[in-house]
Design a protein around this ligand. Structure first.
Ligand code: GLN
Length: 197
């Protein structure tokens, strides 16, 4: 028997409840993170979608910025979470924090504003069955460094990518019944945990 994974979800704004319920369906010990010490002992952290400028402000207000920068487990950022994990955004708001934990540059609201929210089927590397993906005022990956593995594209733009222990999705895998992206994140978190111990 392997120990259940322990994954926290940053719960300051946005879709954290939906991520918690997917994780629980997968048998993960899932918890809300609002304080720096709630990261202790976690194998992974999810930064959900919502509004990256609002999440960035709250991360600072809750003094979570250094704790997230120093967190050694796996991190999965979806939509706004992907923006926060990026090196920068071509259209970021002044003083918006970027963790720079994955070597990508993103474009916020890349598909236009609210009207440009849509669903589509993505081809996943190595998978026969397409993945239904929900995009909501989504960013795309404008450019990625050589260490970044692109796992899915939409319209030629990368929308799912991984660099080591960091996974990012431009879309919302917590809003569909297909749990494959969360399962992938669990694998990334297990790998990261085995490297640390
Ligand atoms: N457009 C939002 C932002 O810039 C992201 C939207 C989302 O997370 N669904 O933060």
């Amino acid at each position: 028997m392997t120990e259940p994974l322990r994954i926290g979800v940053l719960a300051v704004q946005g879709n954290f409840r939906e991520h918690l319920s997917v994780l629980r369906r997968l048998g993960v010990e899932a918890s809300e993170v609002r304080k720096p010490d709630q990261l202790d002992g976690l194998d992974g952290l999810i930064i959900p979608g919502g509004e990256s400028t609002a999440i960035g402000k709250l991360v600072r207000a809750y003094e979570l910025e250094p704790a997230i920068r120093g967190f050694e487990g796996a991190i999965f950022g979806t939509c706004a979470g992907m923006i926060l994990l990026a090196r920068e955004a071509v259209d970021g708001v002044p003083d918006q924090p970027f963790f720079g934990l994955i070597d990508i540059v993103v474009r916020r609201n890349a598909y236009g504003r609210q009207v440009r929210s849509f669903e589509t089927d993505l081809e996943l590397a190595g998978e026969a069955k397409p993945l239904r993906a929900v995009f909501i005022r989504a960013p795309w990956i404008e450019s990625a460094g050589p260490a970044v593995e692109i796992l899915a594209r939409y319209d030629d733009r990368p929308v799912l990518a991984r660099e080591g222990r960091i996974l990012v999705a431009a879309f919302h895998p917590e809003l569909t019944d297909d749990t494959r992206v969360h399962e992938l994140f669990c694998e990334v978190a297990r790998e990261a945990a085995s490297v640390r111990t």
